[in-house]
Design a protein around this ligand. Structure first.
Ligand code: G3I
Length: 315
């Protein structure tokens, strides 16, 4: 059968997967390389991974994923530069003034983007800035620096690698509502200020049967701002063990997401947040749920896999 990445390429989009540096060999590595033409390091480029001690960088795991991608003709989405989560302890417990904290953030963005310069197609520059009601999330950066941390991070990333596409990324913004309206207002304001933003990433961590009917229309409204859009972390969780009806519904959900992206000219691609139920983050985070990816725990394709292929083939 034709690899999914070839079907996606024929439609002008990328098909990506999150991948851990520990899974570049064996069955996971060979499926990733055969089926996907884009990869997002699942944890390896996060701040706590790259700078566990202040001033001591460890790029090894991220570098390994970048090398894997290069060897297999895959692009890399860098994930992520500025987030409230997975920060190193020296940073969250350190006694920094606001000015020092801003300088620390800008140095991190500059150093990481510089390290990977020319090798990252797109960066999630700011990840998950909003709460579900559309307010700014009161994480370290917003609490201490206010909303200006966002524009500052984009400017620093652009200065370090002008060719990389720079994204805002969040979950729960797939349908039109308070949170996506907040993201829309932020993207509008950044564009108006001339901040170097290229796109908005829609994570798309869905519960079964919950792909919003207005996902395509919402992607289109962001594209209307002159921005690229991408589905960056797709999965569809369900109670486990799954039954046949749930797997069929999940296939319909994957189909709906692929079709929404394909229908929007500026949608650059769809990335699944892990392609196998063997390694998905879902069971560790949602009690009694899982089976969220297109391959089962034995790396056998599920109906969702067939749905992705069919959506990519459909006229
Ligand atoms: O590396 C440590 C290991 O040393 C330790 O022994 C082990 C014990 O729990 O934990 C390991 O760290 C785990 C890490 O993944 C690496 O495997 C953390 O506990 C675990 O919390 C962490 O989870 C990641 C999660 O982000 C953290 O927020 C998931 O793998 C990753 O899939 C998930 O990805 C996020 C995106 O970055 C942003 N959007 C949501 C998405 C899903 O939560």
């Amino acid at each position: 059968t034709v690899p999914l990445r070839d079907l996606a390429a024929a439609r002008g989009i990328h098909l990506g997967t999150a991948l851990a540096a520990t899974r570049l060999t064996g069955t996971p590595g060979s499926i990733a390389a055969r089926q996907f033409d884009a990869v997002t390091p699942e944890n390896e480029m996060k701040w706590e991974s790259v700078e566990p001690e202040r001033g001591t960088y460890d790029w090894a795991a991220g570098d390994a994923i970048v090398a894997f991608a290069k060897a297999h003709g895959m692009q890399v989405r860098g994930h992520n530069l500025v987030w409230h989560s997975q920060l190193p302890e020296w940073l969250t417990t350190g006694d920094f003034s606001d000015d020092e904290l801003r300088a620390v953030m800008l140095k991190h963005v500059t150093d990481e983007v510089t390290h990977y310069k020319g090798r990252i197609a797109a960066w999630d520059v700011v990840n998950e800035p909003f709460t579900d009601d559309g307010g700014y999330r009161a994480g370290l950066w917003y609490r201490r620096l206010g909303v200006s941390y966002i524009a500052d991070a984009f400017r620093a990333a652009h200065a370090a690698d002008p060719a990389a596409k720079l994204y805002l990324n969040d979950y729960g913004i797939e349908g039109i509502g308070p949170k996506s309206d907040a993201m829309y207002a932020l993207a509008t304001s950044l564009k108006q200020q001339g901040v170097p933003i290229d796109g908005v990433g829609f994570q798309a961590h869905f519960a079964l049967g919950r792909v919003p009917a207005d996902f395509r229309a919402n992607l289109q409204r962001f594209a209307g701002l002159g921005l690229d859009v991408a589905v960056t972390e797709l999965d569809v969780r369900m109670p486990t063990p799954p039954d046949a009806a749930s797997l069929r519904q999940q296939a319909d959900d994957y189909d709906a997401v692929l079709r929404a992206c394909l229908a929007v000219a500026r949608c650059r691609g769809v990335t699944v947040w892990g392609f196998s139920d063997a390694t998905s983050w879902v069971p560790g985070a949602f009690h009694g749920q899982g089976a969220a990816t297109p391959y089962d725990a034995h790396y056998r394709p599920k109906p969702a896999y067939d749905a992705i292929a069919a959506a990519l083939l459909a006229g």
